[in-house]
Design a protein around this ligand. Structure first.
Ligand SMILES: Cc1cc2nc3c(=O)[nH]c(=O)nc-3n(C[C@H](O)[C@H](O)[C@H](O)COP(=O)(O)O)c2cc1C
Length: 395
């Protein structure tokens, strides 16, 4: 894929042309035509290379060796005792897949679509804040690797590269995530920029308006050395109610504002109950993302996989369900699809792939889990995504 460096610079200039704000990102040689961002004193991985991925969970130990300790702790840790973080993974093992042989199947077709966007696999890349802690190409690397895997990337409002630079580095498809801001003018400008840059939907995260007890970060006094590129500096500071401009008292009027100001489909991320799913439908949301933030916010809440059947029953097929938290195997993807997910959003392993191989690492992570999904679909006698349903699992 060819990325025109002059084009990148041009769009970035346009992106930051309003007001006094100029984001602290930099272009540098060293990763081909990909934009890169570095800060003194933080040695983020910079290699772009093919990596062998056998098991997504094993990537964590490999990534630990290349990501600076504070950054690795921030990515890998969860809230409190990390019970929910581990339970997200363990819950999948409590449901088993029924093999179905002699089904005389032809080729396995993993293609599907989400909100009208066709994708090669029902596995997208979830949102992370700044990716520069994992690799110098930051969100541009993750977006491109996801695109090369034939699927959809979610850019974070806390991204370290401006959204226009990310969009220019990858043809997408891309969604944009939003942490709702107190300043509606700022938010409206952000949403208009997202729309103008081709982001196809807005993911509104509703489960991170409070500072969680991620004790690893508290113990290491971890603060990202990178700035969030899409907002003025004051917008990026911490969680303190007095200094942060991220909104704490979120309500449905905020969602209505985002719907109106963006003119884009809105996905509510952080849905863990049937009631919230029903509310989202009532308020005209285009989709929900069943998520407990990878166990990073409230510990001792159930695994997303545990809650999925109830939520899917409440939704009753009226809107698509994006599903995340704890997905590490193609079998997990299959099980989530069987219980009602439309697509799953892959989490931490993507950042580990980015750290180990830049965009090629991200692509390899997606390719591996997609291959496992194909294997699982073959054994379960399902040649199309639409054939995967609850009957494919042991009750
Ligand atoms: C390092 C890191 C940063 C994250 N940043 C955000 C964020 O800015 N916004 C958000 O909605 N979710 C964020 N998440 C949560 C993910 O979107 C997703 O819900 C979670 O990673 C899924 O769990 P898994 O990593 O176990 O698969 C972040 C997760 C990680 C690991």
């Amino acid at each position: 894929m060819h990325i025109d460096r002059r084009h990148l610079l041009g769009t970035a200039g346009a992106a930051v042309g309003t007001g006094a704000f100029r984001p602290a990102w930099a272009q540098a040689a060293g990763a081909g035509e990909m934009p890169t961002i570095t800060v003194p004193g933080y040695a983020a991985p910079s290699e772009t290379r093919k990596i062998d991925v056998l098991d997504l969970r094993a990537l964590e130990d490999q990534a630990r060796k290349v990501i600076p300790a504070g950054g690795f702790g921030y990515i890998s840790s969860g809230a409190g005792d990390e019970w929910t973080m581990h339970e997200n993974i363990n819950a999948f093992k409590r449901r088993q897949i029924l093999p179905h042989y002699l089904a005389a199947m032809g080729k396995i077709d993993t293609s599907t679509s989400i909100l009208g966007t066709p994708i090669a696999v029902p596995i997208i890349t979830t949102v992370f804040g700044g990716h520069a802690i994992a690799h110098v190409t930051a969100e541009a690397g993750t977006a491109r690797g996801t695109h090369e895997a034939g699927t959809l990337f979610t850019c974070g409002s806390q991204a370290n590269l401006p959204m226009e630079v990310v969009a220019a580095a990858s043809p997408g498809p891309n969604w944009m995530q939003l942490y709702v801001q107190n300043d509606r003018g700022l938010m409206a400008e952000f949403l208009q920029r997202a729309k103008a840059s081709g982001y196809r939907a807005i993911v509104v995260t509703v489960d991170a308006f409070f500072r969680s007890n991620r004790e690893t970060d508290i113990a290491t006094h971890y603060e990202s050395p990178f700035q969030a590129a899409n907002f003025p500096k004051r917008a990026t500071t911490g969680y303190s109610a007095s200094t942060s401009i991220m909104k704490r008292d979120l309500g449905w009027d905020d969602v209505a504002f985002v719907q109106k100001a963006s003119g884009l489909p809105v996905i509510i991320k952080g849905v863990m109950t049937a009631g919230l799913a029903q509310d989202a439908i009532r308020h005209g949301c285009a989709a929900i993302q069943v998520s407990n933030h990878g166990g990073r916010q409230l510990d001792d809440q159930p695994a997303t996989f545990t809650m999925l059947p109830r939520i899917a029953d409440a939704v009753g097929g009226r809107i698509p369900i994006v599903f995340d938290s704890g997905v590490r195997r193609g079998q997990d993807v299959f099980k989530a699809l069987a219980l009602g997910a439309s697509v799953i959003a892959l989490g931490r392993p993507v950042l580990y792939g980015l750290a180990l191989g830049g965009w090629m690492g991200v692509q390899a992570v997606h390719a591996r889990i997609a291959a496992e999904l194909v294997m699982t679909m073959s054994a379960a006698g399902t040649s199309k995504i639409s054939q995967i349903n609850r009957n494919c699992l042991l009750a």
